[in-house]
Design a protein around this ligand. Structure first.
Ligand SMILES: N[C@@H](CCC(=O)N[C@@H](CS)C(=O)NCC(=O)O)C(=O)O
Length: 233
């Protein structure tokens, strides 16, 4: 059977979203490794499909609507595309559709970027700047609180289990690195354990784990590639 999907990927929270969804869908995929610590996100072939030099990106060789292969960057858009194409994990009636969308965008615009900055200032920055560490640790704490309240009277973030849950999960996995304690957020902890127990989530979360041999640390060389990027001509 031909494999429709190429996932341009490195095993990080934004990458896991896509592999978790594909695993949940039972849709076979090829991983095209984009080693961001080695600068592969700047290769011209990749920039053609992902002009923001960030992974993940998806190429669908059997696209919705037919025709030439479709390429998509931005993990939220990839989740929407796959969920819509397969008709799962993103109900399309207006009320339910936008209930999921708002939590998906909340992750894309809030939890992901803030937790990313928390990782940056807490782990990666060579200068440990108290103000920046406090700012992003507090903001992640606030966002965890938002999820915790939301989950007080429901199992999932937006109706049934959906792409909104899949998008958020990977960003809660490294909660300790974000300076958070899940015992402070019992509803969030229960949700986290529910997702963690799903075999597809486990497979997606560990997809391509063998690509990384750095044990989650970052070399000085990788830092030079990843940090201090400016506009190119
Ligand atoms: N909003 C983007 C963010 C993607 C993103 O930040 N990817 C990181 C890894 S998690 C990356 O590719 N970084 C490469 C770089 O900084 O050059 C998405 O969700 O797809």
């Amino acid at each position: 059977m031909a494999i429709d999907y190429d996932v341009y990927y490195w095993p990080t929270p934004n990458g896991w979203k896509v592999t978790i969804l594909l695993e949940e869908l039972g849709a076979p995929y090829n991983i095209v490794p984009i080693n961001i610590g080695a600068g592969q996100q700047f290769e011209p072939g990749f920039l053609k499909i992902a002009p923001n030099n960030r992974m993940p990106a998806l190429v669908d060789h059997d696209p919705m609507g037919g025709g030439e292969p479709i390429s998509i960057f931005e993990s939220g858009a990839i989740l929407q595309y796959l969920a819509e194409k397969h008709g799962r994990f993103w109900p399309q009636s207006p009320r339910e559709k936008y209930e999921v969308s708002q939590w998906l965008f909340w992750q894309m615009g809030g939890l992901g970027p803030m937790a990313g900055q928390a990782h940056h200032f807490r782990q990666y920055a060579n200068d440990k700047i108290d103000y920046a560490i406090g700012r992003y640790t507090d903001e992640v704490n606030r966002l965890y609180g938002v999820m915790n309240k939301r989950l007080a009277d429901r199992e999932f973030l937006a109706g049934d289990y959906s792409i909104a849950d899949m998008a958020c999960y990977g960003w809660v996995v490294p909660y300790e690195r974000q300076g958070q304690d899940l015992d402070d957020f019992p509803n969030l902890k229960r949700w986290f354990e529910t997702l963690k127990a799903r075999p597809a989530v486990q497979r997606g979360r560990h997809a391509g784990a063998d690509l990384r041999d750095d044990g989650g640390t970052m070399t000085e060389e990788a830092k030079k590639i990843l940090f201090g990027q400016r506009a190119t001509a």
